[in-house]
Ligand binder design. Sequence first.
Ligand SMILES: Nc1ncnc2c1ncn2[C@@H]1O[C@H](COP(=O)(O)OP(=O)(O)OP(=O)(O)O)[C@@H](O)[C@H]1O
Length: 522
Amino acid sequence: MSDGRPPRATQEQGQEPHAHARAAPTADTQPRLIATEGQKPFSDMKDTLHPALLEGVDAMGFKFMSPVQEKVFSELPSLSSDCLVQAKTGTGKTAAFLLPAIQNLLSGNMPRRGGVGILVICPTRELALQIAKECQDITSRLPQKLDCHTAFGGTQRASSLKRFLSGNPSILVATPGRLDDILGEEEVRERFEGLKTLVLDEADRMLDAGFAPAIHKILKRLPPKSNGWQGMCFSATLPERVNDVVKCVLFPGYTSLSTIDPNEAPTVARVPQFSVLLNSVKQTFPALLAVLQKEYESNPDDFKVVVFGTTANGVGMLYDLCKLALPQFRTFELHSRMSQNSRTRTTGEFKEAPRGILIASDVVGRGMDFPNVSLVVQLGLPMDTEQYVHRVGRTARAGRDGRAVIILFSNESFFINTNPTLPIKPYPTDIVAELPKYQALVDKSFPRVDEVAKAKAYQAFLGYNKTYLKKLKLQPKELVQLANDYAYAMGCPEPPMIEKKVVGKMGLKGVPGLRIGTRERD
Ligand SMILES: Nc1ncnc2c1ncn2[C@@H]1O[C@H](COP(=O)(O)OP(=O)(O)OP(=O)(O)O)[C@@H](O)[C@H]1O
């Protein structure tokens, strides 16, 4: 007769007890409780969760459940129910989907050896690695090891496929591109016959125009929903449009849970958010340096910053500038133009770094958990309101405080006016008055930034802002002038060359102000 506790997974013959475990957090690494007073301790889940899972989260320093974790456990009809879950950034959604899904597997739903029981799909490679790590930590105390594999681009396809097929990937965390690719192999598709749970993390992003086609191709190659696998969709932002598309993953009548009051701002309340509105794009670079210096001076002992740029090449150039202009800070760069090894290495370094400045593109705009980030700066227009919210969500995680500043030039200032629900106030110091001091630093630094990096940033600036022509209220000719001002601000004596075919692709053929030709060297 069962004592009501979930069955202890039996020890497979020859299976070593799971030796490695996450080192017990030291005082300064102990995640501060997300829990506020009155949040339930995980020990209350002793009749719901396998004892080894409770030992796992305890070893991770999770003593109390966060609101979204408690809501999932207390309001889901069963741990295998389909659900659409919204909770603010940094509040523990990863464990909120992993724990019920893993408990399901342990409750007699393990797939056959080599089969995938839980599939988590997320938008970026770094997030896939982060989720897999959290999964390994949560299951670290299980007597029978549960392997969590990853599948994402930028890694050797053959070797990772070999590892997948020869391994026992009870859990797979994947990005859509690589998953869609390997599902083209029959022997890979067979591994999903015992699928029990499909999770879309950052679900609104996974179901938007960018990813939806790949997601639909993937769903066609997985067992049909009628096989009964559980669908779970999680995000900090779930705009209305998501309700129309989640039915491809969730059964009708799925449970919808949210820890966010519809009348409150979607960003974490503890994060004061400011804007710096510039008269000209030429003020962008001294304004960034001024904000970083001001923020450092007001909080020198807690200065771990993420600066978001709008394009990968723009971020690469910004990194080069900040390295030269701010040698007193350790600076990091992360964007899609880097090799995967560099991206993975930098992600790990910045996660561990007690302080420093990460200059990043949106490759880390969602989901990424960099402990103790004290400030998020956004330079230029976010792709949309949701992206703004997720970027701000890189700070104030796990119950910590944080601050956010967005720097926009005049044409971009519509973003503030068209997002009244965002609690963004004017920056408390008059940054524009401080610019001359920082302009001198910019003028001294840019001559040492590679001209090709500037040319790539110029081209990326044109391409990115071309997509917002209407919102920026610009004619193509004015856009080119704006980009030429941006190039001037980078210290380019004249606008960088841009190839004829690139101009054609951008739809800027014949627009005056461009210098058509081939760059000296790439
Ligand atoms: N119950 C808990 N107690 C203490 N810390 C927790 C708890 N749950 C999660 N954390 C920690 O809080 C941080 C944020 O967790 P997580 O990344 O899952 O948040 P999220 O809600 O998924 O954020 P995002 O919306 O940005 O993806 C992580 O460092 C995680 O280890």
